[in-house]
Design a protein around this ligand. Structure first.
Ligand SMILES: CSCC[C@@H](NC(=O)CCC(=O)O)C(=O)O
Ligand SMILES: [Mg+2]
Length: 368
């Protein structure tokens, strides 16, 4: 495969509704896309950075800078780059996993489109469709939350995840349980908002038969999560803490988590995501596919990943309309609580030219 160049393209998409987490509220997405061009095909990657370093240390402008000044030039200087080699070529550069993941995804998509091979099959997917959960933000009131959750359940989502933070945790979870009953698959996500001093308070959530509590403590507090896990009956799931197969192995061996949320952007790409999946399967640790409000580009690849055998819990792989009135690809539409795994070559989708043009705020072509 001969790479001729990359395009970096930023698009602006309004969210269908504000999405509030413990680290802030999103109303609009500034999304960086990467297009890899070869002699015979082009592939797309989606960088899951936020505009500010509040979910992790990465952010959109930083990703543009590191891709332009370091990561793409490194690929330009390497021979025979294909999807499997990108991570090795980029390994000398520390961190910037979301930027690296977007580049690897674009190269992998181009390569697989050239070969006519679907990403899902390449990764080892075993299901033709995946059950979908939905992530529900922090709301202004419990009645507003109950309306939102009721709407998502009516749409068919098979699992509900509630964002929590100090002051918005036990009461909303209790209200959802009381309103919708004990059968609904329910979990919470704190996005690092608590400390070990909150252990007794968080133990109140044990009364609600949650699937898991996601990332209650700081991302670098592996030992704290291990101590907290011993005080809760609710399984601890890690998200921000898991940045690679190596950190996943450490977290598992230290007892810091019994479930892992795999996000390809957070760990440096879909190939590392598969390694984490394989590691977790070997350790009997359940995994599910997290989300970063992706467009249909990232959503397509996430649904492919979620179809691997170890993804035994519904992921944050919602339909396109969970976040966007108009997606930049053909929309992913929930069917009886499931999304179909794209069957086409590569990620199986392409951006819609008119949507891409209508939402583009900046583009730069970088020839190799
Ligand atoms: C705005 S960044 C969101 C990060 C958050 N993601 C979600 O809650 C799911 C978002 C989605 O459905 O894509 C998480 O920590 O798991
Ligand atoms: Mg999370």
């Amino acid at each position: 495969m001969k790479l001729t160049g990359f395009e970096l393209r930023r698009i602006g998409l309004p969210l269908a509704a504000p999405f509030r987490t413990s680290f802030g509220t999103q109303t609009h997405r500034d999304i960086l896309l990467v297009r890899a061009v070869t002699g015979d095909a082009e592939g797309w990657g989606e960088c899951v950075t936020l505009p500010d370093p509040l979910y992790s240390e990465e952010y959109v402008d930083g990703a543009v800078d590191v891709l332009t000044r370091f990561l793409i030039p490194a690929l330009a200087g390497a021979d025979d780059v294909d999807g499997a080699r990108v991570a090795t070529v980029l390994a000398p550069f520390k961190g910037h996993r979301m930027a690296k993941a977007a580049l690897e995804m674009a190269v992998l998509d181009a390569e697989l489109k050239e070969l006519g091979r679907p990403l899902a099959r390449e990764l080892g997917a075993v299901h033709p469709r995946v059950p979908c959960g939905v992530s529900v933000g922090i709301m202004d009131s419990v009645p507003q939350l109950l309306d939102a959750v009721g709407g998502y359940l009516e749409q068919g989502y098979v699992r509900v995840k509630l964002k929590i933070e100090p002051g918005w945790d036990v009461a909303p979870v209790r209200a959802v349980r009381n309103r919708f009953g004990g059968e609904v698959l329910l979990q919470v996500d704190a996005n690092t908002a608590y400390t070990l001093a909150d252990a007794r308070h968080l133990a109140q959530l044990d009364a609600f038969d949650l699937l898991l509590i996601e990332q209650p403590l700081e991302e670098d507090d592996i030992l704290g999560h291990a101590q907290l896990a011993r005080q809760l009956s609710t399984p601890v799931c890690l998200d921000e803490s898991i940045t690679s197969a190596r950190t996943a192995a450490a977290a598992i061996s230290l007892g810091a988590c019994s479930v892992i949320n795999i996000k390809p952007g957070r760990v440096g790409g879909y190939l590392e995501a598969r390694r984490i999946h394989d590691l977790c399967v070997a350790h009997g640790v359940a995994v599910w596919c997290g989300g970063m409000l992706e467009t249909g580009i990232g959503r397509a690849a996430n649904v492919a990943l979620a179809a691997l055998p170890g993804f035994t819990l519904p992921g944050d792989t919602s339909a396109s309309d969970r976040y966007y009135r108009t997606d930049i690809t053909s929309p992913f539409v929930l069917d009886d609580g499931y999304l179909d795994v794209p069957a086409g070559a590569g990620i199986g989708v392409e951006p819609l030219a008119e949507e891409l043009d209508a939402t583009t705020t900046w583009t730069q072509w970088i020839p190799l």
